[in-house]
Design a protein around this ligand. Structure first.
Ligand SMILES: Nc1ncnc2c1ncn2[C@@H]1O[C@H](COP(=O)(O)OP(=O)(O)O)[C@@H](O)[C@H]1O
Ligand SMILES: [Mg+2]
Length: 278
């Protein structure tokens, strides 16, 4: 397979019969296509295991992630999706959401000469998307700017592969080992450093939304550590609360500071965040 361009699994081709397809993301262990078919437009996610390298241990769970996300969507009562297995792992398809993500949308706000302010209604849309999940008793676990798609009518929160709320099929489940450190709450970093695992929580989601709004509005990460530091060093900095002195403009800055509180119980709930933004 190596060297050849990636192809959709045959089961997915059979189910969707694409008229056009475009590979939008090809990361180790995970590929995403935008697919057009007579059934509509879909995002197709295909997972495979990550083999061990000199720098990385093997990560077999990436093969399970699309099916785990499918099982979460099923539990949440989503419509118009499917998931299953292929030769090397699992896949899912789900409706394609049109629009820029939060980081791209706020690009004009970043940079020192910019007079553009991040719009509160955009932050509200993100908070509402996350509140929808929390209201059903779930935590997302992997909140980050790329996972908010700002559509013309609604903001969608994608990538539910790490979400936690109800029991999932054992064969597709795997432990939570933290998320992108930039958006990881201190208590999650501490737990991952101590045990290799953690528990996604709604409080940690609120922290991650605060960190997402901050980086998208200012270009700065919430915590102080070198970009090229090993992940464990980054997690130490987060665990120790080495907060950078950066702030988003205006009231948004104050709200984000509260969302980034060290102690989970000091953070506002997602409903309080929504109220503050509306
Ligand atoms: N339903 C969707 N609608 C639009 N774009 C999507 C959708 N799902 C995924 N994408 C695109 O693919 C990228 C990777 O998808 P994601 O669900 O985060 O998977 P992973 O993190 O496993 O690669 C997203 O950042 C987004 O650009
Ligand atoms: Mg993702």
């Amino acid at each position: 397979m190596s060297g050849s361009s990636p192809e959709l699994p045959i089961v997915v081709l059979d189910a969707l019969m694409p008229t056009t397809q475009r590979l939008v993301a090809d990361r180790r262990g995970s590929m995403v296509w935008e697919v057009e078919s007579h059934r509509g437009r879909y995002a197709v996610k295909v997972g495979r295991p990550i083999e061990a390298t000199a720098d990385w241990p093997a990560q077999p769970w990436t093969a399970l992630a699309p099916a785990r996300e499918g099982a979460v969507m099923y539990r949440l009562g989503y419509e118009n999706f499917a998931y299953g297995e292929w030769e090397h792992g699992t896949w899912n398809f789900q409706p394609w959401h049109e629009g820029p993500d939060l980081y791209r949308l706020w690009e004009p706000c970043r940079g020192s000469d910019s007079s553009l302010q991040p719009h509160r209604s955009v932050a509200l849309g993100c908070a509402e998307a996350l509140a929808g999940l929390h209201a059903k008793g779930w935590a997302h676990g992997d909140v980050q700017p790329a996972h908010f798609i700002i559509g013309p009518e609604q903001t969608h929160l994608i990538d539910l592969a790490l979400a936690r709320g109800r029991q999932l099929p054992e064969g597709y489940d795997f432990p939570f080992r933290g998320c992108l450190v930039h958006y990881e709450a201190p208590e999650i970093s501490r737990s991952v450093l101590a045990t290799g695992e953690a528990e996604p929580t709604q409080e940690a989601d609120v922290y991650a939304l605060g960190a997402s709004l901050l980086i998208s509005a200012t270009g700065w990460r919430a915590m102080e550590y070198p970009d090229d530091a090993p992940r464990s060093v980054q997690r130490e900095a987060v665990a120790n609360g080495r907060r950078r002195p950066v702030r988003a403009p205006g009231e948004l800055g104050e709200l984000i500071d509260a969302m980034l509180s060290q102690a989970p119980e000091d953070r506002p709930t997602i409903y309080e965040v929504g109220k503050a933004l509306s």
